[in-house]
Design a protein around this ligand. Structure first.
Ligand SMILES: NC(=O)c1ccc[n+]([C@@H]2O[C@H](COP(=O)([O-])OP(=O)(O)OC[C@H]3O[C@@H](n4cnc5c(N)ncnc54)[C@H](OP(=O)(O)O)[C@@H]3O)[C@@H](O)[C@H]2O)c1
Length: 271
């Protein structure tokens, strides 16, 4: 199955950002040229993200907006209700992409139910595209097979130099899905890494930019968050970096299976 790439290669993450911080972050990013914003019902910042987009003056249709449905809202028509609530907060009649934030813990809600509901939301025009997040290889296979699953465009998963997640990345890409990599900077840890620092020095850039280039060179969408315009600008510029095969191999060697997002309701991860 091949699917065209519908998700812009870089977006702005908004996890943990609330109130005025998220408003400033989104407005600054849009003024610098970002056209893709990643939020979620669970981040409790959709109203501020919507406000920032409106106040930015950038036409809504130029911006790719992603939101996510929390795992407590997967039964029956709850996914559709959750998305409608998100749209109300965002002040939009549709988003560009809606993800199932985490698979149903212990498979309590059957996948065909919530993927079906998500696809119904797509048919109703509430979201242009649908996707999944934090799904394992087996769960990706199941999601693609249930009715409506053929419309899934991405699996958003944790990817950074300390958790390359190669097996899941390869599996999703082989199935024609775009992979979206979250926490690409390992929430700031990359800045202190000696290997990344050395490679960064050779390119006269920062370790954050090297980490982003390493993720992006694997054809993975990156969604770093930042409250600082100079960081946002640098992250955007990382698209133009090209790492050599040797540099990539050195960064690949940092993979330690070190997972940051690992709540107690997480699935049994692929190793
Ligand atoms: N689907 C999921 O379950 C899931 C889970 C986690 C995250 N996500 C998404 O992925 C996004 C990214 O993850 P994240 O925000 O947790 O972590 P991240 O993007 O890996 O790291 C963000 C941190 O890096 C710093 N930073 C950003 N750019 C920098 C630069 N150029 N130089 C130095 N430091 C820099 C930021 O600080 P400053 O503010 O000071 O720049 C911030 O502390 C989230 O915001 C969210 O949208 C999804």
């Amino acid at each position: 199955m091949t699917q065209q790439h519908v998700i812009p290669p870089i977006g702005l993450g908004t996890f943990r950002l609330k109130g005025q911080d998220v408003i400033e972050s989104v407005k600054s990013a849009l003024s610098l040229g970002y056209r893709h914003i990643d939020t979620a019902q669970m981040y409790e910042n959709e109203a501020e993200v919507g406000q920032a987009i409106k106040e930015s003056g950038v036409p809504r249709e130029e911006i790719f907006v992603t939101t996510k449905i929390w795992h407590g809202s997967l039964a029956g028509d709850q996914p559709i209700e959750s998305l409608k609530e998100s749209l109300k907060k965002l002040g939009m009649d549709h988003v560009d992409l809606t993800l199932i934030h985490w698979p149903s813990p212990g498979n309590e809600v059957p996948m065909e139910d919530y993927i079906g509901a998500l696809n119904e939301a797509r048919k109703q025009g509430l979201t242009k595209h649908i996707g999944i997040s934090n799904f394992t290889i087996a769960q990706v296979n199941e999601a693609l097979q249930v009715p409506g699953g053929e419309h899934i465009v991405t699996n958003q998963i944790e990817v950074h130099p300390y958790l390359a997640n190669k097996k899941v990345v390869k599996h999703c890409q082989d199935k024609g899905l775009q992979v979206t990599g979250y926490m690409p900077l390992a929430v700031g840890k990359v800045m202190k890494d000696p290997v990344l620092q050395e490679i960064a020095k050779a390119h006269e850039v920062t370790p954050a930019q090297i980490a982003l280039a390493w993720v992006a060179q694997q054809d993975i969408v990156v969604i770093p968050s930042s409250t600082k315009p100079e960081h946002q600008k640098a992250n955007l510029a990382a698209r133009d970096l090209r790492l050599s095969a040797e540099e990539i191999a050195r960064i690949d060697a940092l993979d330690a299976g070190e997972r940051i997002a690992n709540p107690d309701f997480a699935p049994e991860w692929d190793v």
